[in-house]
Design a protein around this ligand. Structure first.
Ligand code: FES
Length: 125
């Protein structure tokens, strides 16, 4: 049963809504809940959440509330300079309220338009 005060992370690629505690690390929640966070490079080797390998990309979708996630860290500002503005490094991101997330945004999402529209249309909390 869902608690109203807990953020919900809607993982679009996996078609799954996951509840987490406010202040939890996005990478930790994704891995705990069995999401396929890493692409091939990250699967072969990642830094374990230290902000060094730059393989834990996620895309944040929809009009997430301001402050729904912690602001980009210094590492993200540097490493994501040439990436889309809605990309984050999951290991650097703290969840404060409900958000819509696409794991591995560097990989094609089948039927992306309709899946994203559907994800945005359904109430998050
Ligand atoms: S896990 Fe290495 S940068 Fe996020």
């Amino acid at each position: 049963m869902r608690s109203r005060s807990m953020p919900i992370i809607r993982f679009v690629r996996e078609g799954k809504d996951v509840e987490c505690k406010q202040g939890e690390n996005l990478r930790e929640v994704a891995l705990r809940e069995g999401m396929e966070l890493y692409g091939l490079k990250g699967k072969l080797g990642n830094c374990g959440g230290c902000g060094q390998c730059i393989t834990c990309f996620v895309g944040i979708e929809g009009e997430s509330k301001v402050g729904a996630l912690s602001p980009r860290t210094e590492v993200e500002e540097i490493k994501l300079k040439r990436r889309p503005e809605n990309w984050r490094l999951a290991c650097q991101t703290i969840v404060m309220s409900s958000v819509i997330v696409v794991t591995r945004p560097q990989e094609a999402l089948l039927n992306a338009k309709s899946r994203l529209e559907e994800a945005r249309a359904q109430k998050l909390s």
